[in-house]
Design a protein around this ligand. Structure first.
Ligand SMILES: C[S@@+](CC[C@H](N)C(=O)[O-])C[C@H]1O[C@@H](n2cnc3c(N)ncnc32)[C@H](O)[C@@H]1O
Length: 216
C-alpha cells in the first residue's frame, strides 16, 4: 500500500508544549480548539474518554478537569513520558503506547462515551482514514460522541488553495471533510464541522443510539 511519511515525535516530545505556547499559525487558537473538542464531545463527570494521539496530554488534562476518566494512546514513548510527568500517579488516567492507535484500538466495542483527538489525525494517510473512523466509532458506546480538532480542509480545492496561500503550511495528510462524510453516512452518523482558523476545524458526530426492540 504505497509509501507513507513517518514523523519523529520522540525527538519533539521535550519541546512540544513550549512550541505550542510560543504560538504559530499551525497551532493558532490551540486552547480554544481543545476546549471546543471537549465541549462538543460532552465530556463530563464519570464519562470514559479515549484520547488518540494524546501526546503530552493537553487534551486529556481538559477531560480530567471535567472529572472524566481518560485513556490516552500514542505511538511515541517520549510523548507519553512527558504526559506521565505532567499527570503523576493519577488513577483517573491511563496512558498506553500503541503503534497505530487510530487503526488498532486495543479496547472492545462500545467501551467509551467519547473518542477525541487533536492535531494527530493528519498523520494518518488518506486511504487509511475511513478505517480509522470506523475503528474509533467501533469503540464508542451507542449515543457516544466522536470529536476531532485538527488541521483539515473542506475539500481538495480548499487544501490546494491553503497550500498556495500559506508559506508556513507544510503538506501533511490533512483530512478533507467531504471525503470523510461518506464513512460517517455509512455508519448512520451526521458529521458536523466548525472552522476555527483558516486551516483548523473541529469535527464531531454522534453514534446512533441502540435501537429499542419491540413490537412493530
Ligand atoms: C502534534 S501532537 C498532538 C498532541 C496532542 N493531542 C495535542 O493536541 O497537543 C501529535 C501526536 O500524534 C501522535 N501521532 C503521530 N502519528 C500518529 C498516528 N499515526 N496515530 C496516532 N497518533 C500519532 C504523535 O506521537 C504526537 O504525540
Amino acid at each position: 500500500m504505497g509509501h507513507w511519511k513517518i514523523w519523529d515525535f520522540d525527538s519533539w516530545a521535550e519541546r512540544y508544549d513550549e512550541a505550542v505556547a510560543r504560538g504559530s499559525q499551525v497551532h493558532a487558537r490551540y486552547g480554544e480548539v481543545l476546549e471546543r473538542v471537549v465541549e462538543v464531545a460532552r465530556v463530563g463527570p464519570g464519562k470514559w474518554v479515549l484520547d488518540i494521539g494524546t501526546g503530552t496530554g493537553n487534551l486529556a488534562a481538559l477531560c480530567l478537569a471535567r472529572d472524566a476518566r481518560v485513556v490516552g494512546l500514542d505511538p511515541s514513548a517520549r510523548m507519553l513520558a512527558a504526559a506521565r510527568r505532567e499527570f503523576g500517579p493519577d488513577p483517573r488516567v491511563e496512558l498506553r503506547r500503541v503503534d497505530d492507535p487510530f487503526l488498532n484500538i486495543p479496547y472492545p466495542e462500545g467501551r467509551f462515551d467519547a473518542v477525541v483527538s487533536t492535531y494527530a489525525f493528519h498523520h494518518v494517510p488518506p486511504p487509511l482514514k475511513p478505517r480509522g473512523v470506523r475503528e474509533m466509532v467501533r469503540v464508542l458506546k451507542p449515543g457516544g460522541v466522536w470529536a476531532l480538532g485538527d488541521l483539515a480542509f473542506w475539500d481538495e480545492e480548499a487544501e490546494r488553495e491553503a497550500l498556495r496561500t500559506y508559506a508556513w503550511l507544510e503538506e501533511e495528510y490533512f483530512a478533507r471533510i467531504v471525503e470523510l462524510q461518506p464513512t460517517f453516512a455509512e455508519l448512520g452518523m451526521e458529521l458536523e464541522a466548525e472552522q476555527l482558523t483558516p486551516v483548523t476545524w473541529v469535527l464531531w458526530a454522534v453514534k446512533p443510539p441502540k435501537r429499542q426492540r419491540g413490537p412493530l
